[in-house]
Design a protein around this ligand. Sequence first.
Ligand SMILES: [Fe+2]
Ligand SMILES: [Fe+2]
Length: 317
Amino acid sequence: MTPQHSLPEHDPTDRVESAVVARLARNWGQRATVKNPEPDLDELFDRDKLDYPNELLPFADHDRFLGLTDDQQNQLRAWAWIAFNKNVMDIEQYVVNPGFDLVAHDALDTGLGETFALAVHQAMVDEQYHTLMHLNASAVTRRQRGWAMPNSALPDVLTLRRQRTVAADAPDPRRRAISIFAFMTVAEVSISSYLDLISENDVIQPVNRATVRLHNRDEYCHASIADDIAGVVYDTLGPGDRRHFLDGLVDAMNAFSSNDYSTWHTIVELLELEGGQAMIDDAEHDTRRSTLVQDFGGIHKLCRNLGVAEKMSFEWT
Ligand SMILES: [Fe+2]
Ligand SMILES: [Fe+2]
């Protein structure tokens, strides 16, 4: 009989297994951020560094922004960081973990083996811990800057709103599950490039860079796991389900690459920034800034491997 604490050498019921996922599941205890000591965030905090990179503000070159006082610009950047963290937390909790949960219970009847279940349960622990890390990162920013900036003042993030709409529009529970699975796949295979926007910029607050770097270390592994799972699941889907999955990937990529202007409108309103709404409107209508930098190279590769990249209504760059 196979001991409970280690992975089986082979699965007698012939479920689908993966050597890559098995290796990642085996070394989770050593590599996972949740298993390592936490950095002291207050110690790392540097008041002279920016809380958020200007390049990621969709209005960075707008005259109104350039004319603001340093304090007003700092408040906008602090809010941007709080919103970034909220975005990550909402995605972890309501987009990624629900998608992983479907895999953990093999809800699409793929025949996934124990290795997948183990890796996905580990990844769900990781995501819960990432949520805590980003919660702490916002808390230290509020504490050190002395600004309240509550998450509850911000709207639900755009990706989550789209995921809910797509899931609600699905004709039956199975298609609904496939939509949720597609959104999780895009999140997991492409979140690294989103996190890199912060971690690779050395004018940025060390706390923020450390948070994102530690988070990203886990995500490189999640990307492999999610990519593997997507391939296995896709293989077992019928033609209609496959189409629904691919449409879900496109919906998710469009959602992830969109700037969330409703959040920006809320922030300038909270700051009572004179001319703020017009500045956000201008940014929203500036076509050069219509999409956030987002690298879908991983999803493109997945779709090429599935032989479907050309059949999708998405402009790969
Ligand atoms: Fe994560
Ligand atoms: Fe992840």
